[in-house]
Design a protein around this ligand. Structure first.
Ligand code: S3P
Length: 425
């Protein structure tokens, strides 16, 4: 067989369950008194963090194992935790949980790993305090913090950043506090919480940049099938676009419009990508994504697009390293407060493997090259950085080592095997 055909990608693939949907399903399942079941749940470290914290609040959650249906039994009411709630590496767990705890009248302390303890929490605690919760926030604006929920009042709040975690925290405080919420968003962010709450009969109306929530619903046990995570699929699709030949499909992937913005950016780069066959699961569109080996060109991505590709910037920037010309990704301030300072770390790691890259203000510039990429990548434990550079190292003749490839497990258990599998069938 010729080397090119050995390196060609092919086949129909699957990715683990959507991280955002899994977190919400675990948290809401724990809050709905009775037995809920979740199929296709992500079983990664982040999902385990959500399971761990709700167990400490009185829910019973079956072990998170790939392929197993997850069963959650929500207690009649949450109990005060006897120890700090460890959210691990998961910002979504910490922030959504804060919202849920705001309507519970007991104190709870939240903590997490070194990365999470550094991530900003005041953006969440400020509106919750305005609603009536008490929060002791450390001076460094992070974790550990203690929240004591209480009787809440309605809130109208302008979000300082487009953040689904922040938006969801306030909405979930509306749920546990039983009060209306009006939010003004600087830009749309992922809307999984809104879709789920509507399913339970809550009123969530969105007009222009204003979201109105009314506590008209009731959380009852549910059965939910989690679609594949589009953010995980993005890494496989990028690997296909960067491959010397071939094409792949990733089936059963969540195609919520607020999550698949990366397809447009990939397409603007000349990547042959597609989306087809939309079904629906629990208010979420599900379909098949495809990508084929492509010649890539540079892109200039405006700041308004950033919220729609927030988790895909690392892999898009990695693709830009293989695109002809200079790419610019604008308005990425939020990337500085992710699992790592992704803006600085992407640029530094691209340079470490021989790609010219630079941070200018809040923009990331990447100069495409077709030279073999050689060097060592430092992930700081950031799963998306680890995966982006494993994808860049995937085509033949690249010599990239990633210091901690296994940290991909935070969102994509089995990532290295899935990547290798693109050539295997
Ligand atoms: C998430 C929202 C995003 C995203 C994160 C998951 C969510 O964070 O980066 O991976 O599930 O709500 P921000 O809301 O901080 O942008």
């Amino acid at each position: 067989m010729a080397p090119t055909s050995r390196a060609a990608v092919r086949g129909t693939h699957r990715v683990p369950g959507d991280k955002s949907v899994t977190h919400r399903a675990i948290l809401l399942g724990a809050l709905a008194p009775g037995r809920s079941t979740i199929g296709g749940a992500l079983t990664s470290l982040d999902a385990k963090s959500s399971a761990r914290v709700v167990r400490a609040l009185g829910a019973s959650v079956s072990p998170l194992r790939p392929e197993a249906i997850l069963a959650i039994i929500g207690p009649r009411r949450w109990q005060a935790p006897t120890r700090p709630l460890d959210c691990g590496n998961s910002g979504t767990t910490a922030r959504l949980l804060l919202g849920l705890l705001a309507g519970h009248r007991f104190p709870a302390t939240l903590t997490g790993d070194a990365s999470l303890r550094r991530r900003p929490m005041r953006r969440v605690s400020a509106p919750l305090v305005a609603m009536g919760a008490r929060v002791d926030l450390p001076t460094h604006d992070g974790l550990p913090l203690t929240i004591r929920g209480g009787r809440l009042q309605a809130i109208e709040w302008t979000l300082p950043v487009a953040s689904a975690q922040l938006k969801s925290a306030i909405l979930l405080a509306g749920v546990t506090g039983g009060v209306p919420v009006v939010l003004h968003e600087p830009a749309a962010s992922r809307d999984h919480t809104e879709r789920m709450l509507r399913h339970f009969g809550y009123t969530v109306e969105v007009t222009d940049s204003t979201l109105r929530f009314a506590p008209t619903g009731r959380l009852v046990p549910f059965e939910l099938q989690v679609p594949g995570d589009p953010s995980s699929a993005a890494f496989l699709l990028a690997a296909a676009a960067l491959a010397p030949a071939g094409a792949i499909e990733v089936a059963g992937v969540g195609c919520n419009p607020s999550r698949v913005g990366f397809l447009e950016v990939m397409s603007a780069m000349g990547a042959r990508v597609g989306l087809e066959g939309l079904d629906e699961s629990f208010g979420e569109p599900v379909g098949t994504l495809g990508a084929a080996a492509s010649a890539l060109r540079a892109v200039d991505v405006p700041a308004e697009v950033a919220p729609a590709i927030i988790d895909e910037v690392p892999i898009l920037a990695a693709m830009a390293a293989r695109a002809e010309g200079v790419s610019r990704f604008r308005g990425l301030a939020e990337l500085r407060v992710k699992e790592s300072d992704r803006l600085a770390l992407m640029a530094a790691n691209l340079r470490a493997i021989g790609v010219e890259a630079e941070v200018q203000g809040d923009d990331l510039l990447v100069v495409g090259t077709d030279r073999p990429l050689v060097g060592r990548v430092v992930t700081h434990g950031d799963h998306r950085i680890a995966m982006a550079f494993q994808v860049l190292g995937f085509p033949p003749k690249q010599r990239i080592t990633v210091d901690d490839p296994a940290c991909a497990d935070v969102s994509f258990p089995g990532f290295a095997a899935a990547l290798a599998g693109l050539r295997a069938r």
